[in-house]
Write a protein that binds this ligand. Structure first.
Ligand SMILES: NC(=O)c1ccc[n+]([C@@H]2O[C@H](COP(=O)([O-])OP(=O)(O)OC[C@H]3O[C@@H](n4cnc5c(N)ncnc54)[C@H](OP(=O)(O)O)[C@@H]3O)[C@@H](O)[C@H]2O)c1
Length: 374
């Protein structure tokens, strides 16, 4: 079924009916089993605060949200099935990703499965409402759903319930307060006003839901440091989803100005965009934009040369680098094809020549205090 047909079915018949064939397909293909062909790294030991046990997860924004290209429902299911077969048991999505599309697609994989067989996070902050014909430039195709920001307590509960219904699952493990950040173009400098609403609304409500056992943990889902810092200082988060701020190409600010505070409070990080949205895997998108800063172009070239000299796969090194800090509890890679999922999972069991890390520090590409594997 093509996406346009799928979406008009949703509008006519409701998401549940439209998903029925795909769910049946998922059932027919074995809903509960799933072979873990690779042993993916897990967290060990106790932490005073909740940490996701899985150190590797699949992000549902670029591929499953149709950010750069439209996937058919069959392609989306194939991508998700491959992730499951490769042993991935942590999935992150959001109402924002394809304005409901990514969450609806996750239903195909997750709804038939035992709830305790996987870990799931989604986000809150944007409530979706039907708007026939609506498209947003962030996503391909026609979305048919529009959004409004609401970081109040009641909207937070409603957003989570909407996500559960879209995904056909009874609970989320983690909830991230999404894009409440100065880089959000809808907000800009006004992000602090939204933040004030969240401090009184979404944040205590999520702590309450955690206390009630409805979720295991919560945090911010942001691409900038200030909202992450403020949430740790002013509220009680467990895990921050931090994207685009910790990678081979850019990590000094997070290392110096965020990680120490988080460590003090036992807050951990789920890292998004470990490949800078694909740039470190050879894509021409750097952090979701084709407008790549000169400094990053030069840095990637130098890393490429270094990787060649040390017989290292740069994408593999990028994923290992993100997994190294003890304050990181999980790394979410994105993918738009099953092959990318397989490659990224294979990277986790590959080794990286330790001389690569030494040389990267010697050449000033990597901060001296950046933790490296090994
Ligand atoms: N504010 C937030 O809360 C926030 C922000 C950003 C991200 N996140 C989360 O973090 C997740 C991951 O972010 P991301 O998708 O930017 O991660 P990423 O792993 O840095 O980039 C994913 C993209 O890299 C390319 N890629 C991945 N594996 C590849 C391979 N083996 N070979 C070649 N290219 C490959 C693909 O680009 P193409 O599709 O172009 O081929 C893929 O879509 C998101 O999905 C989301 O769940 C959250």
């Amino acid at each position: 079924m093509q996406r346009r047909t799928f979406l008009s079915n949703v509008a006519i018949a409701g998401a549940g009916l439209a998903l029925a064939p795909a769910l049946a397909l998922a059932h027919a293909q074995g809903s509960q089993g799933g072979r873990s062909s690779q042993a993916l790294p897990m967290n060990t030991g106790d932490s005073p605060r909740y940490r996701p046990p899985q150190r590797v997860g699949l992000g549902g924004a670029v591929g499953l949200g149709d950010m750069r290209r439209e996937l058919s429902e069959e392609q989306a299911l194939e991508l998700l099935k491959t992730a499951w077969e490769q042993g991935i048991r942590y999935y992150d999505t959001s109402p924002w990703y394809g304005l409901g599309l990514s969450e609806r697609r996750h239903a195909m994989l997750l709804s038939p499965r035992e709830r305790d067989s996987y870990l799931l996070s989604s986000k809150t902050g944007r409530l979706l409402y039907p708007d026939p014909g609506y498209s947003h430039e962030a996503w391909q195709g026609t979305n048919h759903f529009n959004y409004k920001y609401d970081y109040s307590a009641s909207a937070t509960r409603r957003s989570i319930e909407d996500s559960l219904q879209r995904m056909g699952v009874p609970s989320l493990d983690m909830v991230f307060i999404h894009d409440l950040s100065p880089d959000n173009e809808d907000m800009g400098d006004e992000w602090t006003e939204y933040f004030d609403v969240a401090v009184k609304g979404a944040m205590p409500e999520l702590s309450k839901m955690r206390d009630e056992g409805l979720i295991k943990g919560w945090g911010m889902g942001v691409n900038e440091l200030p909202p992450a810092r403020r949430a740790i200082e002013e509220s009680d988060p467990d895990v921050i989803l931090l994207a685009t701020q910790y990678s081979l190409l850019k990590h000094a600010d997070a290392l110096d100005n965020l990680f120490p505070l988080a460590e003090q409070r036992n807050v951990s990080f789920v890292l998004g965009a470990p490949l800078n949205s694909g740039y470190l895997a050879g894509s021409e998108y750097y952090n979701y934009s084709r407008d790549v800063p000169k400094e990053m172009q030069q840095k990637r070239e130098r890393y490429r040369q270094l990787a060649k000299d040390h017989d290292v796969d740069l994408r593999t090194a990028a994923l290992h680098f993100c997994n190294a800090p003890s304050v990181v509890s999980s790394v979410l890679h994105g993918a738009s094809t099953p092959e990318q999922v397989r490659q990224n999972v294979a990277s986790m069991s590959a080794t990286v020549n330790p001389e690569f890390w030494k040389a990267a520090k010697q050449q000033g590409l990597m901060e001296e205090n950046a933790p490296v594997p090994g």
